[in-house]
Design a protein around this ligand. Structure first.
Ligand code: GLN
Length: 279
């Protein structure tokens, strides 16, 4: 990241590679034809991606959000998001370096410590003021985790309760903004909130559906799940967060995403990481 070398050449090569592959990424429009002159025109200086210029895309994540990201057996982050950003890097012809950091510091690190963030991050208006989001790649919703014997069944029942969540997440904001009198107990790792729920220190935990399902599957006798829709929680969408001033990066990432969807790679990753019962 950040080195301003051969940006033009590299982006031109990537656009040519993407346009040449024919998927839905490249509009049928003739101005997008893969001949050298039009590619060069499309890659005028202000359109070159600074993040991609040195051939390394640094992606920040928070590897405590299974099945999207977790620490693998070799101690390195893996999961759906990690595989997805690596596949995007491959399409763009750049190396991908993954950095594990706290979720709460991802957005502010984009453009300095990291080029992009991929972390099951929900598109929100507040975040949009600071970053550019890719096209959404996954639909999500907040779920409520309860002790197995809890009688909580509605949003009314959650009022004034001690509710755990991960710091700086949409679950955190939901507790603060939409549940009257509730106290949001914030954790850097959602699993620590789940452990405190099991230990009786919390009355509920609010977190995204997929990680909630993983946590409950690991503690089936102690905790149970209620879908957020039963509490009126709104649908969310995950997207990759990128610097605000790098339109070429957003264009390249969206083109790569579209190709991964149309060539079946995206579905294969959903199958491998999300639908399989191993995570
Ligand atoms: N989807 C939630 C958010 O964007 C939580 C993401 C996470 O904890 N990794 O705030």
């Amino acid at each position: 990241m950040k080195k301003k070398i051969t940006a033009l050449v590299l982006v031109a090569a990537m656009m040519a590679a993407l346009a040449g592959c024919g998927g839905t990424a490249a509009p049928a429009d003739a101005s997008f034809a893969a001949d050298a002159s039009s590619v060069e025109e499309a890659s005028s200086a202000e359109e070159a991606s600074e993040a991609l210029a040195d051939g390394v895309l640094t992606a920040g994540t928070n590897a405590a959000f299974p099945p999207f990201e977790y620490v693998g057996d070799d101690g390195k982050p893996e999961g759906f998001d990690i595989a997805l950003i690596r596949a995007i890097g491959e399409k763009l012809g750049v190396e991908v370096e993954v950095r594990d950091m706290e979720f709460d510091s991802l957005v502010t690190s984009i453009g300095s410590k990291i080029d992009v963030a991929i972390a099951g991050m929900t598109v929100t208006e507040e975040r949009k003021a600071m970053v550019t989001f890719s096209d959404p790649y996954y639909d999500a919703v907040q779920y409520v985790i309860l002790p197995a014997g809890s009688s909580i069944a509605s949003i009314e029942d959650l009022k004034g309760k001690n509710i755990g969540c991960q710091l700086g997440t949409t679950g955190n904001y939901l507790i603060e903004d939409s549940i009257e009198g509730a106290a949001a107990q914030t954790y850097n790792k959602a699993i620590d909130a789940v452990n405190d729920l099991i230990n009786g220190k919390l009355e509920a935990v609010i977190i995204d559906q997929n990680p909630a399902e993983v946590f409950v599957k690991n503690h089936p006798d102690e905790i149970r799940l209620i879908p957020g829709a039963d509490f009126g929680f709104e649908a969310e969408q995950y997207a990759i967060a990128m610097p605000k001033d790098d339109a070429a990066l957003a264009e390249a990432v969206n083109a790569a995403l579209a190709e991964l969807r149309s060539d079946g790679s995206y579905d294969a990753l959903v199958e491998q990481y999300i639908n399989s019962s191993e995570n």
